[in-house]
Structures are given as C-alpha cells and as structure tokens.
Ligand binder design. Structure first.
Ligand code: SF4
Ligand code: SF4
Length: 288
C-alpha cells in the first residue's frame, strides 16, 4: 500500500506526520519512507538513517554543434519551455529550463543537436532501524524536481507499506510524487491560509482520482472552518494533533513525535487503520 503525505503549503507538519507514521508501523510492518520533498528533504534529520548507497540522477539536455547549424530557428520554435533560443548567428541553450523532451534534436533539419547527460540530483537509500529509507536531493540551482522524484519512487518496494513525503504545494512535483498512491493524507492547520491551501490540494488529489483524508495539525490555533469544509466535502479527519509547545519543542530538536511522546504511537496506528478502511472500501467499490 502506498500512502502519500502532502500539504497545500509548507510548514503544516507534513514531515512530523510522515516520520511518526512510518516509525509507528515499522516494528510490526515492512515499511519504507520515501522522502520526495527533493528540494528540501528533511526526514533524515529526524530519522538519522544509515545511508548505504546512492545513485546520480541525470537528464538529457541538448548540445548544439554550431558548425552544422544554419540558424533556422526550428529548435526554438518547438521548445515549449524556452530552453533554447536562436539570436542571429547564435544558439543559446538554458539547460536548467530544459525538460529533456528531445523535440529540438529530433526536429533539427541539420542534425546539429545531440543530447548530453547532465546531473540534476542524487538519490540515497539506507535504513533507520527496521524502517527502509530513500531520499532524493535536487542539486542546488536545478529546477527539474520530477525526474528526481521518479527515481526515488523507483526504489519503492512492491510489498509492505510505502509512505511518501510529498513536496509542499500543488504543482508538477506534487503530482509526480502523489500519483500511484492508494491514499493521500493531507496535513493542514485550522487557519484561513490552511483552509485555502487545503482546498487547492484536495482539488489536485481529486483530479488524480486518489482518495484523501485529513490530519489536522495545531488544532486550537485558529477557527473551525477546516472542519466545516471537511464535513461539506465528505473528507474524513483521521487524526487531530493539538497546538502544544512540547510537540513544537521536540520538532525543533529533531525528535519525532512518537519517539518524544510514545503515547502518540497508538494514535498513529489508529491512523493507519483509518487509512486501510478507506483503501479497502475503495477497492470493494471498484470491484462492484
Ligand atoms: S534547428 Fe538545428 S539548424 Fe536550426 S537553429 Fe536549431 S540547431 Fe540550428
Ligand atoms: S529537449 Fe525539449 S525542453 Fe529541452 S531544449 Fe529541447 S525542446 Fe526544449
């Protein structure tokens, strides 16, 4: 079963939930945590995994042989990402904008474009106790998170529970990380910003046809509009975490909630039971 943990915005407690859920299950289940928040992976701060291997992530970008180029401009016309431009007798490439689609080299009438490999990040794997761990790191200055996320997900096991820590927001990297999940857990907080970003995240997940459920973090900090919204949208709130200075203190020290306050472990196990009920119900209704 694949469970992604996402949030419409950063700082809502996504890492807190992903790491504590993974650790709570890891004693009794085969569990893997994939940190797909590749621009700022920080699950390792809390899990302190032993890293046993790594692999570079590269993508193909164009290289222009100006000796063959006639400056016809076809490559620039076909590029949907403005990653190649023809200015007079010069062809400029902006490899950090390139999506590696290969259209420019395919369509160049002079075969003046070849593709070269360019490293954009790295994937590392290892374990923290019995918990399997994989993380992706996008290289500084790079913009193309999806290929790194795809590579991280490629290391996901086919059996057991796979928990994916998704980048914040609702853009392409989020879609890449969430797709293929059996359920997406959306972590939010009861504030107007939290509600606004939650609604966007719900829209994204529904577009992907993936069921979602809510973890309400910092309950008590704002109003009841998130609960109201979840009721109206028929989205279950599976776990509520109160606004608590002790929880914040543990987080700031890099200690997971279930390690710092073991009374939370049964609550995370209950969260898993709620997730499984929703996934099972979805499977049953698909078969009907
Ligand atoms: S399509 Fe080929 S020949 Fe035309 S400008 Fe681009 S690199 Fe040069
Ligand atoms: S490979 Fe695709 S994205 Fe990259 S420069 Fe060529 S056309 Fe643009």
């Amino acid at each position: 079963m694949i469970v992604s943990v996402a949030s419409g915005k950063g700082g809502t407690g996504k890492t807190l939930v992903a790491t504590s859920l993974a650790l709570s299950l890891s004693g009794d289940h085969k569990v893997q945590l994939l940190d797909c928040d590749v621009e700022e992976p920080n699950d390792h701060v809390f899990l302190r995994p032993e890293i046993s291997g790594s692999e570079a992530v590269s993508m193909l970008v164009p290289r222009v042989d100006e000796a063959r180029c006639t400056y016809c401009g076809k490559c620039a016309q076909v590029c949907a990402y403005n990653a190649i431009a023809v200015l007079g007798k010069h062809v400029l490439t902006f490899s950090e904008l390139c999506h590696g689609c290969g259209a420019c080299s395919y369509l160049c009438p002079e075969q003046a474009i070849t593709e070269e490999s360019r490293q954009i990040g790295v994937v590392e794997w290892g374990h923290s106790g019995s918990l399997g761990f994989v993380q992706g790191k996008l290289a500084v200055g790079e913009a193309m998170a999806p290929p790194v996320i795809r590579k991280v997900k490629g290391y996901g096991e086919k059996d057991g529970v796979v928990i994916i820590d998704v980048p914040p927001g609702t853009s392409c990297p989020v879609v890449e990380a969430v797709k293929g999940s059996h359920l997406c857990l959306l972590v939010t907080e009861p504030t107007p910003f939290g509600l606004n970003d939650l609604a966007l995240a719900v829209e994204t997940v529904r577009e992907l046809d993936i069921p979602c459920a809510i973890v309400l973090n910092r309950a008590g900090v704002g109003d009841s509009k998130v609960e109201q919204y979840c009721g109206e949208q028929n989205i279950p709130i599976l776990l509520t975490i109160p606004l608590d200075t002790e929880i914040a203190r543990l987080y700031s020290r890099g200690v997971t909630l279930v390690e710092g306050m073991p009374l939370w472990k049964p609550r995370f196990l209950q969260l898993l039971a709620g997730i499984m009920d929703i996934v099972d119900e979805g499977t049953r209704s698909t078969k009907r």
